[in-house]
Design a protein around this ligand. Structure first.
Ligand SMILES: [Zn+2]
Ligand SMILES: [Zn+2]
Length: 234
């Protein structure tokens, strides 16, 4: 997987339910108009049985890949259309072979780790924690999940690794230690970390303190576009 500097990385589609209701081709056309060399689609991946919101349905997965593959062929020689998914790492679904299943799909290129929540037990997730617990412990659960995910080898890039600290106002020793563990894991596995442009628009989602520690690790800039107007060359 090779993301060029003139590529547009991290683009969602209408299927996730919280992005602009336009065809996938509109994103491609905008990227072409900007002179981009490639566009990487990474819509929110479904899980079998559709247990979570804010993502495409499991039944839409093959249509998503198929539609993007048609665009890839149509725009060959103009722009490289890449087909990926953004997804959390949950050990339960790993045991079930789901990440292997995704990676084995025809014409599918990359998995972007987007750890928005973590599995805390069988069928239990951090989103059911109360505010206080999220504030004190969420970054630890999400950070450990990211490290575990990186070690599986399924993931090609880690999206917004610093967003795990979103509930924390002040930077602490514990956060620095977690940041170092994530960065070390990514460096060891040679997995790029994403500086997420949309994180910069929200309080405490983008953490300068994290990136100050991120040396000797590959960095990719992602737009995390949920609308055509958010597609831009960085
Ligand atoms: Zn989204
Ligand atoms: Zn995203």
């Amino acid at each position: 997987m090779n993301v060029s500097e003139k590529d547009i990385f991290h683009v969602h589609t209408y299927r996730c339910g919280h992005a602009e209701n336009v065809s996938d081709e509109e994103y491609v056309k905008k990227a072409v108009s900007l002179g981009a060399s490639g566009i990487w689609f990474t819509d929110h991946a479904p899980f079998p049985g559709d247990p979570f919101g804010n993502r495409m349905k499991y039944s839409e997965l093959d249509e998503y890949i198929g539609t993007l593959f048609e665009l890839k062929k149509k725009y060959e020689g103009v722009i490289s259309v890449h087909i990926g998914l953004e997804i959390e790492y949950f050990p339960f679904f790993d045991k079930d072979g789901y990440y292997k299943e995704l990676k084995a799909k025809d014409n599918f290129e990359m998995l972007l780790l987007g750890q928005h929540m973590a599995e805390t037990g069988p069928g239990e997730y951090t989103f059911s924690w109360d505010k206080e617990r999220l504030c004190s412990e969420e970054y630890i659960a999400l950070g450990n999940a990211q490290i575990q995910a990186i070690d599986t080898g399924y993931f090609d890039v880690v999206a917004h690794p610093d967003r795990i600290f979103r509930k924390r106002k002040d930077w602490s020793e514990g956060m620095a230690t977690m940041a170092d563990h994530i960065i070390d894991s990514a460096r060891r596995r040679n997995i790029p970390l994403e500086i997420n442009e949309s994180s910069k628009l929200q309080n405490n989602h983008y953490r300068e303190e994290f990136w100050d520690r991120a040396y000797e690790v590959q960095i990719i800039h992602g737009v995390d576009a949920h609308a055509v107007k958010e597609v831009r060359v960085l």
